[in-house]
Write a protein that binds this ligand. Structure first.
Ligand SMILES: *Cc1c(COP(=O)(O)O)cnc(C)c1O
Length: 477
């Protein structure tokens, strides 16, 4: 199908939507215009292909299919069985995993499935054996009460939020911090790099049931073989959350010790970040945990989203092509070029640079907070997000960092020389922006001044660059 034909198909679909609720059709059109006209450096976002997007808009959404392939709690699931099997097959073969569970609706859901699978495997199953019963419904109320408390008495060790970990890795605002006794490991105060000896020391002392590796804002690769050694030494389950960097694993940029799949007991991920699929999640597991993960529904999840599993299958098929491997390599090359450009302009980068898809600028030496930097960049048409840096003096709201990522721009075809230009735009804005003091004359954390000239020049430069790298070339709405 040509891109022209696809454009007119979408036009027709939007007119049908317009007839029912014009505001939704308008917002849908406006979002495409916004996506096309902004320099998107949000490290967790990407652009899914038109076939992936199209796959989501179908009647596969209308079917209930609780259960697993061939074992559903609803009748008539043969097509959903096909969809789920194809998606899982692609996931297993792409990542070299024993087992893939493609039902989770998001990254957080994937983590919940993984946590409860581990609890089922290591807490529930032994308890059932101890009582000589097959299922939880066969336990007496008193025994169930003991088991229920035991679930809540387990330990989890994950990366701290300010070092780049994720809320679901045991933090109190999230359910993971409520269901586990939690401890976190950070990074070395000097190098800001992961200190495996310190992780090991913490694991020996804390003896977690689950060791979580993976991150949302750590600009370096992780040695998962070392993490597995640590887990094995203390008898912990190694769970790797590759939500951010799954595309780099899929694209064979992270291999050997940097590929989590051969080393972890369970790997969780999103499908919409560097993997460039629909919004969703996935769990990969070794044979040992497969049966537990398979009970994600009804344990944690309700009915799977058939249309989204279908789109996962399409995105995973795309990720199995040589073109996707080139893409993944370009994501990393572009991040490197972005970091080099920023360093040349005097920026301070957490860990001094990057070797994955993201860059974390410590904006202190520009005299700004993360919040001011994020807002000033947005004024100039550059979309980023503020982020804590290790030991952040401004806390998680104002922060001291700005996180940048290259997966989205690389999908538009940005090259390393384009990234050089982007780093100049960012540096121009951060250099020109100044923190505005509060009325009481104290250093302000939110307000700032930025010259209209810089805004205009940067917007013009960004528009020109974006014009040469169109999103969905030839697609018109
Ligand atoms: C983004 C992210 C998640 C959550 O993904 P959602 O799809 O937003 O639920 C989980 N873990 C990590 C490490 C992430 O970066």
């Amino acid at each position: 199908m040509t891109v022209e034909a696809l454009s007119s198909a979408y036009q027709t679909l939007l007119s049908a939507i317009e007839a029912v609720e014009p505001r939704i059709a308008a917002a849908t059109r406006a979002e495409l215009a916004d996506q096309r006209s902004s320099l998107k450096l949000i490290a967790s976002e990407n652009y899914a292909s038109l076939p992936v997007l199209a796959t989501m808009g179908t009647w596969l959404s209308d079917k209930y299919a609780e259960g697993t392939v061939g074992h559903r709690f609803y009748a008539g699931c043969q097509n959903l069985d096909t969809v789920e099997s194809v998606a899982a097959e692609h996931a297993r073969e792409l990542f070299g995993a024993d087992y893939a569970y493609v039902q989770p609706h998001s990254g957080i859901d994937a983590n919940l499935v993984a946590f409860w699978s581990i609890l089922a495997h290591h807490v529930e199953t032994p308890a059932l054996a101890e009582h000589g019963v097959k299922g939880v419904n066969d336990l007496s109320d008193a025994d169930w009460e003991v088991l229920r408390r035991r679930f809540g008495d387990q330990r989890l060790l994950g990366m701290s939020l300010d070092a780049g970990g994720h809320l679901t890795h045991g933090f109190r605002p999230n359910v993971s911090g409520k269901m586990f006794h939690q401890r976190s490991y950070g990074t070395d105060p000097e190098t800001q790099l992961l200190d495996y000896d310190a992780v090991a020391a913490s694991a020996r002392e804390f003896k977690p049931l689950i060791l979580v590796a993976g991150y949302s804002a750590y600009p370096r690769r992780v040695n998962f073989a070392k993490m597995r050694e640590i887990a094995d030494e203390v008898g912990a389950v190694l769970m790797v959350d590759m939500a951010h960097f799954a595309g780099l694993v899929a694209g064979k940029v992270f291999t050997g010790d940097e590929d989590p799949v051969p080393h972890a007991h369970l790997v969780t991920t999103t499908t919409h970040k560097s993997l460039r699929g629909p919004r969703g999640g996935m769990v990969l597991a070794t044979k040992e945990y497969a049966a537990d993960v398979d009970r994600g529904c009804p344990m944690v999840l309700g009915g799977p989203l058939g249309n989204v599993m279908a789109a996962k299958a399409v995105a995973l098929a795309e990720a199995r092509t040589p073109a996707f491997q080139d893409y993944a390599q370009a994501v990393v090359d572009n991040a490197q070029a972005l970091a080099d450009g920023l360093l040349r302009r005097g920026a301070t980068l957490v860990t001094g640079g990057t070797d994955n898809h993201l860059v974390l600028i410590d904006v202190r030496n520009f005299g700004l907070t993360g919040r001011q930097a994020e807002a000033a960049l947005l004024d100039a048409g550059i979309v980023t997000n503020r982020n804590a840096v290790p030991g952040d003096p401004n806390g998680a709201w104002y922060t001291t960092g700005v996180r940048l990522g290259t997966p989205a721009l690389t999908s538009r075809g940005f090259t390393t020389s384009d990234m050089g230009a982007v780093s100049d735009m960012i540096a121009d804005v951060l250099t020109s922006a100044t923190a505005r003091p509060t009325k009481e004359g104290k250093p302000g954390k939110a307000r700032y001044d930025l010259s209209a000239d810089v805004v205009e020049t940067t917007r013009a430069a960004a528009a020109e660059l974006l014009g040469t790298r169109p999103l969905y070339p030839g697609f018109t709405l």
